[in-house]
Design a protein around this ligand. Structure first.
Ligand SMILES: [Zn+2]
Length: 290
């Protein structure tokens, strides 16, 4: 990946957010319309931003294509970074690092901790052997896997909140750069009711036990109050996916209803506008200290 002179690396951006007790927003995309919408709001607010593509999302958009989108804006000076979100295989980790991603998340949450550790370690070794500074995130505790509107909490999700001592051992033994803990958060968001409360005390305990920045996944559906408190307690990156998916789809439906034009840019742009409102509110919230 090409770097514009003077541009901060993702590692520097996150270290700065941790220091200032704010968070970097991480938003997932499936296509370039969503990418443009997120990038535009980040430019307007003059904040760095992270783009995430999970295995399904990057299969759709293309691994190289996702890198090219980010690279195009980096070349003109925007602090925008790319994460290979929820990657379950080492082959997937290697592919993303080779393609030029800034970050990879090895998701071993469906493994036992003792199986998660060697794989996360392998991801770290591959990242360190690359010629670039690639961040490796590890994850502890199952929080569900679907970024969808849910009628109930997925079975088993959020039950095994991350133990601060296990977190410390996990970070120490794997050498990961960031940790995604299970602290009452779930992927997806509940229909009509708020998500369960985030366990702020647990975040504080984990951030005291480990020195690496913490990442809050599945923050769609959580109250602004909870997310702000989570950031003050030690969260440095916040992931939002479901809420922007809902806004994008709703906007496209409205765009299709409004006219029977077949030009995709006409109805997709209505989806982008609705998405931008969500992204703007989230980025403003994450940038506030206290
Ligand atoms: Zn996630």
């Amino acid at each position: 990946m090409r770097y514009t002179f003077g541009m901060r690396t993702l590692r520097e951006v996150i270290a700065d957010a941790k220091e200032r007790k704010v968070a970097v927003g991480h938003f997932n995309i499936s296509d370039s319309t969503q990418f443009d919408a997120i990038a535009e709001v980040a430019r307007e607010l003059q904040v760095p931003v992270m783009i995430g593509v999970s295995e399904g999302e990057r299969k759709f958009i293309g691994v190289q294509q996702a890198v090219a989108l980010v690279q195009a804006l980096r070349a003109v000076g925007q602090e925008i970074y790319l994460n290979a979100d929820h990657t379950k295989t080492i082959d997937g980790i290697k592919e993303a690092i080779d393609a030029g991603f800034d970050e990879v998340l090895f998701d071993g949450t469906e493994l036992k901790v003792d199986e998660n550790i060697p794989k996360a370690k392998e991801a770290v070794a591959y990242a360190r052997a690359s010629s670039r500074d690639v961040i490796v995130e590890g994850e502890l505790g199952y929080i569900g896997k679907s970024s969808a509107v849910l009628t109930e909490i997925p079975e088993g999700a959020g039950l095994d909140k991350t133990d601060p001592e296990v977190a410390a051992r996990f970070v120490q033994e794997t050498g990961i750069d960031m940790l995604a803990p299970s602290v009452g958060n779930i992927h997806g968001m509940l229909k009509d009711v708020p998500d369960p409360r985030i366990d702020i005390e647990r975040i504080l305990a984990i951030s005291t036990a480990v020195s690496v920045p913490l990442v809050l996944h599945g923050a769609s559906g959580n109250s602004d109050e909870d997310v702000a408190a989570a950031i003050q307690a030690g969260i440095s990156v916040v992931h939002i996916n479901t809420e922007i998916r809902v806004a994008y789809r709703h906007g496209i439906e409205e765009g299709l209803k409004k006219n029977d034009d077949v030009a995709p840019y006409k109805y997709l742009s209505v989806g982008a506008e609705e998405m931008k409102e969500v992204v703007r509110k989230k980025l403003q919230l994450f940038a506030k200290n206290g």
